[in-house]
Design a protein around this ligand. Structure first.
Ligand SMILES: CC(C)(COP(=O)(O)OP(=O)(O)OC[C@H]1O[C@@H](n2cnc3c(N)ncnc32)[C@H](O)[C@@H]1OP(=O)(O)O)[C@@H](O)C(=O)NCCC(=O)NCCS
Length: 143
């Protein structure tokens, strides 16, 4: 990408800015969008939350979770003004690389099926090996 964007782990003090970015980028809100949760994951393993940074601006995020069984990708977000320039793809590949180093052998992720950005993006990632699983149904509970 000719964007001069660096991808690196999130720092503790950047967590509030990450939440603001998600709001601004119109990411689907979730029950876990709060500073304490983000600080906890960053304190646990900083490269679990990766940021794309341009100058001093945070311009993208991805969460690369690992529970010892599967790798999970969450909160892949790119600011609206930098979309369609390959940054989403770069964030995924960086997340993947770091998960692989931890020993992850299978990655799973869920997207809102009728979102006009998420599914087309992940369908385009088929060439990177991401297969749409029509047989899966997700259950969730806020506890
Ligand atoms: C999804 C998202 C992260 C994609 O980021 P991005 O930087 O624009 O993605 P890329 O530029 O790497 O796109 C790679 C390919 O995906 C496909 N793609 C991406 N966005 C698309 C869209 N809105 N419509 C159709 N295809 C799309 C294209 O094939 C694209 O390649 P191309 O631009 O050469 O045609 C971004 O749109 C976003 O932040 N959306 C809001 C949050 C969200 O929905 N996140 C996904 C949930 S995990």
């Amino acid at each position: 990408v000719g964007l001069n964007v660096e991808i690196r782990p999130c720092r503790l003090e950047e967590c509030p800015a990450v939440l603001r970015l998600w709001e601004r980028a119109d990411a689907v809100p979730s029950a876990t969008d709060d500073v304490e949760v983000l600080e906890r994951i960053v304190a646990g393993r900083p490269d679990c939350l990766l940021l794309a940074v341009q100058g001093k601006q945070i311009v993208g995020t991805v969460i690369a979770g690992w529970d010892g069984w599967r790798g999970h990708i969450y909160r892949l977000v790119v600011v609206p003004e930098l979309r369609r320039q390959g940054l989403g793809r770069r964030l995924v590949s960086e997340a993947e690389e770091r998960l692989r180093r931890l020993g992850v052998r299978r990655i799973a992720l869920t997207v809102v099926g009728d979102d006009e950005r998420a599914a087309p993006f992940w369908d385009a990632m088929a060439k990177d090996g991401y297969v749409r699983d029509w047989s899966a149904v997700r259950y969730t509970k806020n506890v």
